[in-house]
Design a protein around this ligand. Structure first.
Ligand SMILES: CC(C)(COP(=O)(O)OP(=O)(O)OC[C@H]1O[C@@H](n2cnc3c(N)ncnc32)[C@H](O)[C@@H]1OP(=O)(O)O)[C@@H](O)C(=O)NCCC(=O)NCCS
Length: 155
């Protein structure tokens, strides 16, 4: 599995492919190609793609700004799940954040046991709830946060 950092000058088809995977996983909440390309161009933006040969197996989008980071979207293609792809993508982001990053946060549907399991295994803890954060279907989000300073130097 190859993890590639997608930069703003990548071909348009790369962003189209990221969007197609994100939309296949999240429906109408999935990101457009433009959203991926704008994030890739932004200071602190991180767009990562996992490839199995030529095939897009997973994607990650997030950013860091000042002392915080945020996971914005993360998805693995159905045929590649439970193979460590999401763990690789998120691990790559977490290991590349600037030294001053104090914590990384995300929102996750409370019913998304696969994602919650992944985040907990990487040291994220529940920090709060955003009521009715999601629509179609309506659902609360758990806010999860990983303290980057606590985990530093432990392994
Ligand atoms: C959540 C998702 C990204 C996980 O991707 P993945 O590549 O299959 O995950 P990994 O193989 O890296 O799994 C890492 C860990 O996550 C947890 N996990 C992943 N899938 C799981 C499942 N179906 N049930 C329970 N735990 C699961 C496990 O702790 C797993 O570690 P293990 O395999 O050693 O037990 C994937 O299921 C997905 O794309 N879902 C749809 C989109 C989505 O919900 N994204 C997250 C939005 S917040």
């Amino acid at each position: 599995m190859d993890i590639v950092r997608v930069t703003a000058d990548a071909p348009a088809e790369v962003f189209e492919e990221l969007s197609a995977l994100d939309r296949s996983c999240f429906g109408a909440e999935g990101w457009t190609a433009r959203a991926f390309s704008e994030l890739a161009a932004r200071d602190g933006g991180a767009v990562l793609a996992a490839y199995a040969g030529d095939e897009l197996a997973g994607l990650f989008a997030g950013f860091t700004a000042a002392d915080t980071g945020e996971v914005l979207t993360l998805a693995t293609a159905p045929g590649h799940r439970r193979n460590g792809v999401a763990r690789l993508l998120l691990g790559e982001f977490l290991s590349s954040v600037p030294d001053e990053t104090e914590n990384v946060a995300l929102e996750v549907r409370q019913s998304n046991t696969a994602a919650v399991g992944l985040y907990m295994s990487l040291g994220f803890e529940k920090a709060g709830v955003r009521r009715r954060f999601y629509s179609d279907p309506d659902e609360d989000a758990d806010i999860m946060v990983k303290n980057m300073k606590e985990s530093a130097g432990k392994c």
